[in-house]
Design a protein around this ligand. Structure first.
Ligand SMILES: Nc1ncnc2c1ncn2[C@@H]1O[C@H](COP(=O)(O)OP(=O)(O)OP(=O)(O)O)[C@@H](O)[C@H]1O
Length: 362
């Protein structure tokens, strides 16, 4: 999207948050443009929900400042109440009103006025259809599945057309078919309405799909904030790579300055290289299973010997676990089932191998 030309809606400066003695958010800063969809990913407990709570005004930060449309909404004790923020949040512990029907739950937020304005509910029929709630309008929450209740809350948040919508794993209770369909529909709706969205998900693929930019969080900090394409092609830190699911991890030594050639067990691995890596540095290379192919007895470019430990059916292919030269377990995809103990080569796409300086000294 042409976010470059859009105006800024949110500016977050150096936000920190503690619960008791535990620091949960550290130095969080970012600027978000109107209509941007921000995907937030990170391991469980890294502070994603806390960040959303702070943005929504449900939690007061311990330090830092938040500005929305150029006005301070959070600074020290000066925290604007959630209902005055023109935001809506659907948290993981979402709640429906048990004595109201699905329809009544959905329209209940419309009477809330954002800065004196009452929403007219023009989106209600569309959102009911989009979230597959047609036919359930007269039911009460106790008659619904968890996924249907979650969609009711999501619908109630959407119909008010908030300026900023904060969604904490909004599709987690849905089956895979509905999940894929709904994320497509929602991504289109957000863009059509120009709503700015923070979308927390455990699934990097979902963040890539939905978002204009992805915020990769680790232990309360932002590890990387970038477009899905840049996050995918160049995770800036080894932790970002790990959080994006780039699971194969092999230690080695840089052969050259820049790290384009790495000695790993069984051969020399070509990589994308990285600034700041010097010859003989201890490094770690990471690559996706999808970027390594089984070549059997044939040794190709960027090939390494492996011994198969097990093959697991995944539909179109098998995911094979194998040991590399120095005993590291790696995984790759193979069209054929490979017996435990089979020896051969995998060839790794050097344009998809990421190298990082090792975190500790040798
Ligand atoms: N109200 C609270 N009181 C005390 N500690 C809390 C509170 N809320 C969250 N925490 C702690 O803060 C840390 C971050 O929690 P948070 O829910 O923000 O993580 P998360 O990244 O959203 O995790 P998940 O993906 O599992 O939902 C966790 O260690 C959690 O136990």
């Amino acid at each position: 999207m042409d976010a470059e030309r859009k105006e800024m809606i949110l500016k977050i400066e150096d936000i920190s948050k503690k619960f008791g003695k535990t620091t949960v958010l550290r130095g969080i800063s970012m600027e978000v443009k109107k209509g941007e969809i921000m995907g937030v990913v990170g391991a469980s407990g890294c502070g994603k929900s806390t960040l959303l709570g702070v943005i929504a005004g449900m939690l007061a930060p311990d330090g830092g400042k938040i500005m929305m449309n150029g006005k301070v909404i959070s600074e020290e004790c000066n925290v604007l109440a959630p209902e005055k923020r023109h935001m809506n949040m659907v948290s993981q512990n979402f709640e429906t009103c048990s004595h109201k029907t699905v329809y009544e739950n959905i329209v209940s937020g419309l009477k809330k006025s954002w800065f004196g304005k009452t929403e007219d509910g023009e989106l209600v029929p569309e959102v009911i259809k989009l979230l597959h709630l047609t036919g359930l309008e007269k039911k009460y929450p106790s008659e619904l599945s968890a996924g249907q209740r979650q969609r009711t809350v999501l619908a109630a948040a959407l119909v008010t057309k908030p300026e900023i919508l904060l969604l904490d794993e909004p599709l987690c209770s849905l089956d895979i078919g509905l999940r894929v369909e709904m994320r497509t529909q929602m991504a289109m709706l957000f863009r059509r309405l120009g709503i700015t969205v923070f979308y927390v998900t455990q699934d990097p693929a979902e963040a890539f799909f939905m978002a204009d930019r992805v915020v990769i969080m680790n232990k309360g900090r932002i590890e990387q904030i970038d477009t899905p394409q840049n996050c995918f092609m160049n995770p800036k830190t080894e932790m970002a790579a790990a959080l994006l699911g780039i699971g194969n991890r092999v230690p080695g030594y840089a052969r050259v300055d820049g790290g384009e050639m790495i000695d790993i067990g069984g051969g020399v691995c070509r990589t994308l290289g990285r600034d700041g890596i010097h010859e003989n540095d201890r490094v770690t290379v990471r690559f996706r299973a999808e970027n390594a192919v089984w070549t059997g007895a044939v040794r190709r470019e960027n090939s390494f010997p492996v011994a198969v430990e097990g093959s697991f059916f995944e539909g179109d292919h098998y995911r094979v676990m194998a040991k590399m030269g120095m005993g590291e377990t790696v995984s790759f995809l193979s069209r054929e089932y490979l017996e435990k103990g089979t020896e051969g080569y995998i060839s790794v796409d050097g344009g998809r191998v990421y190298v990082y300086r090792a975190r500790t000294a040798a």
